[in-house]
Design a protein around this ligand. Structure first.
Ligand code: GLP
Length: 241
């Protein structure tokens, strides 16, 4: 794993955007895996800024999001559909039918999971998957204990994840307790992975990811086994001061 240390969150976001842009420019029909949460917000802002200044085109890009809450409509401000439209899609020229996010309102959720993996395969897999890191080592919504070979599946969120994400909701009772997430198996099939980590509260998780033995109780440790991982992390996350 290659680790790039940056001064701060701003710097991490700029480097991440540059990293993504280089890849998209070298392969215009790029399959980009996207993450939500607080960490990538400014990275997406930088992509938007570049689009406005340099007209980088997303006409041929296809995106696949990692996860979505179960039970929230696309118009719900806390859904990841809404998040992606607000923070990226509405500000770049990507065609709406080339952006894919699991449907947390599907009538048959099990089927939705199977079809989501099939869709990714149909597009020949993901070229670059962006990831954030949960405090408990979750990636996507793969909570501790998730078998590494799982493909897209339905999860019950850990209490600590519900608590961590409550900051985006009016109250903790409003946080959905279930989600659809790409599994570790789906994530590991990506040709390349870019993990973004910021803040001292992620220091311990980053240390575990880098140094613990690979184990299912700390899902992100699996990344040690992927051949092409870049971690862009700020000083606070790396040094933990
Ligand atoms: C959330 C998301 C993940 C995200 C992680 C970290 O629960 N499902 O995709 O990467 O937790 O979030 P944040 O970047 O807000 O710390």
């Amino acid at each position: 794993m290659k680790v790039i240390q940056t001064k701060n969150y701003q710097d991490m976001s700029e480097k991440a955007a540059q990293f993504i842009l280089e890849k998209i420019k070298s392969k215009p029909d790029f399959q980009l895996g996207l993450a939500t949460g607080g960490t990538p917000v400014t990275t997406y802002q930088n992509l938007i800024q570049d689009h406005q200044t340099n007209q980088t085109s997303y006409q041929l890009v296809t995106t696949f999001n990692l996860d979505e809450y179960i039970g929230l409509s696309n118009e719900d401000p806390n859904s990841y559909h809404y998040y992606m439209n607000k923070h990226l899609f509405s500000e770049i020229d990507i065609p709406a039918d080339q952006t894919f996010i699991p449907n947390g309102l599907a009538e048959d959720l099990e089927r939705e999971c199977i079809e989501y993996d099939a869709l990714i395969s149909k597009y020949n897999g993901i070229d670059l998957q962006i990831l954030g890191l949960g405090h408990n080592g979750h990636i996507g919504f793969n909570e501790p204990g998730t078998p590494f070979d799982k493909q897209t599946h339905i999860v019950t969120l850990a209490d600590s994840t519900v608590e961590a994400n409550a900051r985006f909701f009016d109250s903790i009772e409003d946080v959905p307790t279930q989600a659809i997430t790409m599994g570790i198996g789906s994530i590991m099939k990506s040709k390349e992975i870019l993990l973004l980590v910021s803040g001292r509260e992620k220091h311990e998780a980053l240390q575990k990811l880098l140094h613990d033995e690979v184990n299912e109780l700390f899902p992100a440790s699996i990344l040690q086994r992927h051949k092409n991982v870049t971690i862009i992390a700020d000083e606070d996350a790396i040094i933990g001061k």
